[in-house]
Write a protein that binds this ligand. Sequence first.
Ligand code: EPU
Length: 338
Amino acid sequence: MKIQHNKSLKKYNTFGIEALASHFVEITTIQNLQEVLQQENYPKKIVLSGGSNMLITNDLNALVMHINIKGITIISEDENHVVLKIMAGENWHELVIWTINQDYGGLENLSLIPGNVGTSPIQNIGAYGVELKDSFESCEAIDVATQQLITFSKSDCQFGYRDSIFKNAGKGKYIITSVNLKLNKPPHSPNTSYGAIETELKENKIDHPTIKDVSDAVIAIRQKKLPDPIKLGNSGSFFKNPVITKEKFITFLDNNPDAPFYQISETSYKIPAGWLIEKCGFKGKRFGDAGVHKNQALVLVNYGGASGQELLLLAHKIQDAVLTRFGINIIPEVNIIS
Ligand code: EPU
């Protein structure tokens, strides 16, 4: 296990932000991780996984632990299901494609989401009507304080919209090392209820989609709307879609009758933050090398040389504008690292 010094993190974060880690270590086994955590000469330790949901705002005076533990194994299977154990360092989209090639259903709507498997439970990744929690069985994590490997069941994880225990009571306390997912064997009944998927399949004249058809449709939709981090640095949705009370929603809809929304419960409504940001005039705007994507206002982009501070400033400007115009607070979905 080799500790590197003054390591550039540019290729480890999908925003492509240049920042240095004073110390950096590649973790390839659980034992590696336990050993590193026991080292007392690095008081500040930061976990880095796929780097797809983080904004690094300055050089990091810390030991950055890059979790790169690989492997996929079948834990159990019967006629209808298979349970896979996937190690944290596996790339999410490569996993999705692998499951489709095996004809295991359940992850097809989650195609092309950047990042690694180990961080997928933290924000309960979701897209096109499906969330990780729908196929999640359990995960294993190292307790940072004791270095013990512990298991979290689905209910232990307390999944919500872009939310879990790992963002709340468990924040900073655990490092996920593997995830167990329960997937379906054929015959499949893919979830095509999300409007954009239906439209894409119709355009391609597909009436009875296979899981591969759904994955292809999701890939096509994402490629139209969302920038490829390899070509244009970004972190997917920068903000969560805000959820507001019915009372607030009624006034909001009176003032904005054309606004899209989803009813979440009897008393709460979700408003697409992308719509709010677009209405405030930010869509496609550029401030130096920091900008708002032209096809999806929820995505902040780095045109090349933006610093984390510049992107953070832009995020604050957007939050202020949305609050002033709509009285709605939008909260970042990405982790702000300093
Ligand atoms: N909209 C606008 N302007 C925009 C963007 C969106 O008016 O610039 C409107 C759209 O017209 C639509 C509504 O907002 O009526 C919803 O847009 P979209 O279907 O693109 O989804 P979203 O709510 O903006 C969420 C997720 C995405 C996920 C899509 C599809 C969050 C924070 N984001 O975006 O997730 O891919 O739904 O399921 O929930 C991510 O988390 O990184 C991510 C990309």
